[in-house]
Design a protein around this ligand. Structure first.
Ligand SMILES: [Ca+2]
Length: 158
């Protein structure tokens, strides 16, 4: 019992830490993607990206989750896996994006977007994410950028 009492503040801290969220606005994310990703890159539109981010994390850039089926941990707005996309030191990883998973739960989403670009260059594309197939593939995705003013890089120079 005394040890539990001693640990209580630490446990509470852990619980709060695990529950941390940061929701990114849909249109802000769309603009960041428009800035970094060439139009039609790997055959996808911005709508596909936004649908994926919503399906994966509900736009929560600090989301960490644990997958029941493979016990992988997933990080950030695109839920990168610690077995395939990044390394968190907890288990061996293919580490396709050559980075630490903690880089996918910080405020800078540019490296997250570049990691997605690297993943979707392969044949499987967004099918790498099971949730994409379930929620986005072949669906009408227009609503995902509805109401957003998207300024593409070349528009800024006009
Ligand atoms: Ca990041």
């Amino acid at each position: 019992m005394p040890i539990l009492k001693l640990m209580a503040p630490f446990l509470i801290f852990l619980l709060i830490g695990a529950g941390e969220t940061k929701i990114i606005s849909r249109c802000a994310l769309a603009n960041l993607i428009a800035d970094l990703v060439p139009d039609g890159y790997a055959r996808y539109t911005i709508n596909d990206w936004i649908c994926l981010a919503h399906s994966a994390s509900y736009f929560d850039s600090m989301r960490i989750s644990r997958q029941e089926e493979d016990s992988a941990r997933r990080y950030g707005i695109f839920q990168f896996s610690n077995m395939e996309h990044c390394s968190d030191g907890c288990r061996s990883s293919l580490n396709i994006c050559r980075t630490q998973c903690t880089n996918f739960i910080n405020d800078d989403l540019r490296d997250d977007i570049r990691c997605v670009m690297k993943i979707i260059r392969a044949d499987t594309g967004f099918d790498e994410w099971r949730v994409y197939g379930v929620n986005c593939k072949g669906k009408d995705l227009a609503r995902w950028i509805q109401g957003c003013t998207i300024v593409k890089p070349w528009d800024k120079w006009r």
